[in-house]
Design a protein around this ligand. Structure first.
Ligand code: KIV
Ligand code: NA
Length: 266
């Protein structure tokens, strides 16, 4: 069980083996999911919502992404570590994009970066790939575009929009992306894009035909109460677990049952 690289990930598409991805933002979650055998770990800018409590991902800074990436990397995961490029770290110009991608790798320890957008960020993707930093693209419902989209809405429902997303997918592959996240698009469109690309597609709210799947760890654990999109499946109830543990602690301390002699020094 050795360190996974982008080569391993790309081979999985050819072999028809599904690629599993989860977000992580810290050391303990990374240790646990890596021991489970997750293929890739994404330090998503979703950290801003599920960890920092912002309303959306726009306020997240490169410094915050570096901080969380370092925490993840300290767990020395076998999984490939990908860090999100946050809003305003790559949209201004290619030089900014290269510097900020470089920071995520150099200071954070990321092995790849992810950024949002299709054909219009192809030059940016190429520039980062040219400095030997692998890039995962992200098209469809791109949360950093919340104000343009007018909310988190499924993209590519109309044929014209679907064709544009297919073109975007081809453009990011052509630009050198090693994989592409497909978020919030109809399952038939995701199936079509997956069939037409040679790089792996990683779906979230994009149906069962993608080469891999990504979800936010807090969402699968039921730790994000704010909103729960249709595509999230809850695999555990960490909210109930934490509520029970914290309530028991409070009750035992109040009653004088904790700490007992067993947890004290004589
Ligand atoms: O920020 C994030 O967690 C993401 C994934 C949900 C794809 O971009
Ligand atoms: Na993201």
């Amino acid at each position: 069980n050795r360190k996974k690289t982008i080569l391993d990930i790309q081979k999985m598409k050819a072999a028809g083996e599904k690629i599993t991805v989860l977000t992580s933002y810290d050391y303990p979650f990374t240790r646990i999911m890596d021991d489970c055998g997750i293929d890739m770990i994404l330090i998503g800018d979703s950290v801003g919502v599920v960890f920092s409590g912002y309303d959306n991902t726009l306020p997240v800074t490169v410094d915050e992404m570096v901080y969380h990436t370092r925490a993840v990397v300290r767990a020395r995961p076998k999984a490939l570590v990908i860090a999100d490029m946050p809003f305003l770290s790559y949209q201004t110009d290619v030089r900014d994009a290269r510097l900020n991608a470089g920071r995520l790798v150099k200071e954070g320890g990321a092995e790849a970066v992810k950024l949002e957008g299709g054909a219009h960020v192809a030059d940016t993707i190429r520039a980062i790939v040219d400095m030997d930093i692998p890039v995962m693209a992200h098209i469809g419902l791109t949360p950093q575009s919340i104000h343009r989209m007018g909310g988190y809405k499924v993209q590519g429902k109309k044929e014209e929009q679907a064709q544009r997303l297919l073109d975007d997918a081809k453009a990011v592959e052509e630009a050198g992306a090693f994989a592409v996240t497909l978020e919030g698009i109809p399952l038939r469109l995701a199936e079509r894009i997956t069939a037409e690309l040679s790089i792996p597609t990683i779906g979230i709210g994009a149906g069962p035909h993608c080469d891999g799947q990504v979800l936010v760890i807090h969402d699968i654990l039921g730790l994000c109460e704010k909103y729960s999109p249709k595509f999230v499946k809850r695999y555990g109830d960490a909210n109930a677990l934490i509520t029970s543990a914290v309530s028991s602690y409070i009750a035992e301390v109040k009653k004088g049952e904790f700490p007992d002699e067993g947890h004290s020094f004589s």
